[in-house]
Design a protein around this ligand. Structure first.
Ligand code: DX5
Ligand code: ZN
Length: 221
């Protein structure tokens, strides 16, 4: 049976109370903290860096999944590893040398993943499967929370699931963007096992109620 993981994106949390927010969402049943890093260059928004990762690290034992939407990407990777990141993912368009960036993440003691935008072809997987711990399929264009799920992402999830199963490796398949109680089961049926949700969770007063409702949907898959 698949283990499903829920990864709230703190992009939609109250940044003035971030320690409390990450504790609350883990207490409410979340598995992973999804940490969105935007640079106002690779994506048109600016968010948080290693200092904030370091600040929330003592508040939760759960893995911190750092999603780097920055270009260039290599220089900042050791800083996030030192700040307590467990998983670091990046976009192939943001690295001149994808294999080297994956190795850099692993050399810094973190799990490594590649992120695919809605328009990014999947062939970037072809020669690096042996270095991946996570594949992240974007179901919105990166840069903002609260956007609508792009249905074509389901085909990309299904493709990535086939590649993972063929590889026989233990690779998490994460989906990010517009995930809600209403569509989480469709993403799981396509093959995703890890679900980022920002506005759907932090936009509601009762985090446990949302996470429970998501798990109830996942139980139907
Ligand atoms: C988008 C980010 C997402 C975003 C998800 O660039 O990578 O993680 O915060 O937010 P929702 O769930 O609101 O679409
Ligand atoms: Zn993200």
């Amino acid at each position: 049976m698949t283990t499903f993981r829920i990864a709230p994106s703190i992009l939609s949390a109250d940044f003035a109370r971030l320690g409390e927010e990450v504790r609350n969402v883990i207490t409410a049943g979340a598995d992973i903290i999804h940490f969105d890093v935007m640079d106002n260059h690779y994506v048109p928004n600016l968010t948080i860096g290693p200092l904030v990762c370091q600040a929330i690290r003592p508040h939760v034992k759960a893995p911190i999944d750092v999603h780097l939407m920055v270009k260039p990407v290599d220089r900042i990777i050791p800083d996030f590893a030192k700040a307590g990141a467990d998983i670091i993912t990046f976009h192939p368009e943001a690295s001149e040398h994808i294999d080297r960036t994956l190795q850099l993440i692993k050399d810094n003691g973190c799990k490594a993943g590649l992120v695919f935008n809605p328009g990014t072809p999947m062939h970037y997987l072809d020669h690096v499967m042996d270095k991946l711990d996570m594949i992240l399929i974007m179901s919105v264009n990166p840069g903002f929370g609260g956007q609508s799920f792009i249905p074509e992402a389901l085909n990309k999830i299904a493709y990535a699931r086939r590649k993972i199963d063929e590889s026989g490796r233990d690779i998490l398949l994460e989906v990010d963007g517009g995930i809600k109680v209403e569509n989480i089961a469709a993403a799981a049926r396509a093959g995703a096992d890890t679900f980022v949700a920002g506005s759907a969770i932090f936009g509601q007063p009762d985090y446990k109620a949302v996470i429970d409702a998501m798990r109830a949907q996942l139980a139907t898959v």
